[in-house]
Design a protein around this ligand. Structure first.
Ligand SMILES: Cc1cc2nc3c(=O)[nH]c(=O)nc-3n(C[C@H](O)[C@H](O)[C@H](O)COP(=O)(O)OP(=O)(O)OC[C@H]3O[C@@H](n4cnc5c(N)ncnc54)[C@H](O)[C@@H]3O)c2cc1C
Length: 416
């Protein structure tokens, strides 16, 4: 056993880094392990632009002095709150600068095992290090939850992949590629593959593809009244989800699970719609079978009138998203998994993001069944980091003991 620490953050995406910035400000000791902005640097396609507007594409420092807008202003880069797409490269660069500034001590390592001790937890990293931590914040993102439709699993492994496996698409130039899905990542993937010289076909179960609307400063008073703008887009429902994630917990379980799943269904970004015109699209097609020959994959689809179609390609990309499931987080010990209460296969959390295993906290998309769809987006890191770190401050003393700090100390030092 090499060392012990009071708090460990696992994960260095928008959530982990925003939490780190808040803990640093509060003067609490912590370690942070992960690969900075890893999902954005490696699991999203080069050339992509975020669907989120500039206003929502940001990380959170407690003084709100280093938003994406501040970063762009400091570097003389073009920026608009809405209406100007944010490139993946820009958002990644900004996230890396945020990490340098607020979490320079980040340790590039992966947690491979988390065990419960009588007091606190034992963490084992992929570099062999073992240490104990009083509390652990799991901000590990979505990558454990990749979803691939069952029929694709009967293909040779080199004939299919999940969209998250691809950053540089140039390797597909000259190849026939089927992209399965109807959401933003499927549409982006199809367009970007076409633009690197591949021959993509987009195939979706839905009968239509949806695109979000371009928002700008030009909306009239009535339009703004009927559909006020929020970080999740226009509309009262969006505004409520964006501004009151704490209230979401009071809804019945089934309603929470349904809203989180259905909210802002699959849609592409407004700025990509025209570029999709050059890509063949097959809609209303349900994939029911797939088979591999030596060098090709054959896909079989059925439509609403039971007509069967076949598509032969070099490769299939499942841009079919993610299904959050606690059981897929491989580093959790069986004991922790058994003790953890769930809501829709994800951890059931207190108002402070603590799971039913005291001392283990979750942050990010896996918390959406508790705090609503806001948590599926980087934007949710604002509420999460304020709420979670204030709680950690109140319940952790300098030695890492779970003890109360006087409330007065909390209010005098930190008011989220
Ligand atoms: C194609 C695509 C486009 C998207 N576009 C948008 C968008 O426009 N706007 C938006 O808000 N959201 C978007 N999202 C969703 C976005 O991914 C999440 O909002 C965001 O990444 C969540 O941040 P996070 O910090 O929870 O996780 P992530 O950004 O996924 O970061 C996870 C972190 O955990 C680390 N990690 C994982 N496992 C371990 C481990 N065992 N040990 C140590 N570290 C670990 C990783 O290294 C990484 O640092 C998009 C997602 C996809 C797939």
């Amino acid at each position: 056993m090499s060392s012990s620490t009071e708090i460990t953050i696992v994960g260095a995406g928008p959530y982990g880094l925003s939490i780190a910035a808040h803990l640093k400000h509060l003067g609490l000791g912590f370690r942070i392990v992960g690969s900075p902005m890893h999902t954005w640097r490696t699991h999203m396609p080069k050339g992509m632009h975020l669907k989120s507007a500039g206003l929502s594409a940001t990380l959170f420092d407690p003084e709100r002095k280093f938003s994406l807008k501040d970063y762009c202003r400091q570097h003389g880069l073009p920026y608009e709150d809405e209406g100007l797409p944010i490139s993946l490269e820009l958002f990644t660069q900004y996230g890396m600068a945020f990490q340098q500034r607020f979490a320079p001590q980040l340790e590039e390592a992966k947690l491979v095992s988390l065990q419960k001790l009588r007091e606190g937890f034992e963490l084992t990293l992929d570099n062999g290090e073992r240490f104990t931590s009083g509390k652990v914040v799991l901000a590990v993102g979505i990558d454990y939850f990749r979803y691939v439709p069952a029929p694709l699993k009967s293909l040779h492994s080199e004939h299919y992949s999940h969209s998250a496996e691809h950053h540089d698409l140039a390797k597909f130039a000259g190849k026939d590629v089927a992209i399965i899905g109807s959401g933003s990542s499927a549409i982006d993937m199809a367009v970007l593959l076409n633009e690197v010289g591949a021959r993509p076909t987009l195939v979706a179960r839905r009968k239509t593809l949806n695109f979000n609307q371009k928002e700008g400063r030009t909306r009239g008073m009535l339009s703004r009244l009927l559909a006020p703008m929020s970080g999740l887009g226009p509309g009262w429902k969006n505004l409520l989800c964006a501004s009151a994630p704490g209230l979401f917990r009071y809804l019945p379980d089934q309603a929470r699970i349904r809203i989180t799943k259905d909210f802002l269904g699959p849609s592409g970004a407004w700025f990509i719609q025209e570029r999709l015109d050059k890509v063949p699209v097959m809609l209303g097609q349900r994939l029911f079978s797939a088979s591999s020959t030596q060098d090709k994959a054959s896909l079989y689809f059925v439509d609403a009138s039971d007509k069967i179609s076949e598509l032969e390609v070099d490769h299939v990309v499942a841009a079919t998203g993610y299904k959050a499931d606690l059981g897929s987080i491989s580093f959790l010990s069986p004991e922790i998994r058994l003790q953890m209460r769930t809501i829709g296969n994800t951890p059931r959390l207190s108002a402070n993001f603590e799971s039913s295993v005291p001392g283990i906290y979750f942050a990010g998309p896996s918390t959406a069944n508790n705090f609503g769809p806001l948590m599926r987006f980087a934007l949710g890191a604002g509420y999460t980091s304020r709420k979670l770190t204030r709680h950690l401050f109140q319940t952790t003393d300098e030695r890492g003991n779970v003890a109360g700090r006087p409330q007065a100390a909390v209010s005098s030092q930190y008011q989220p």
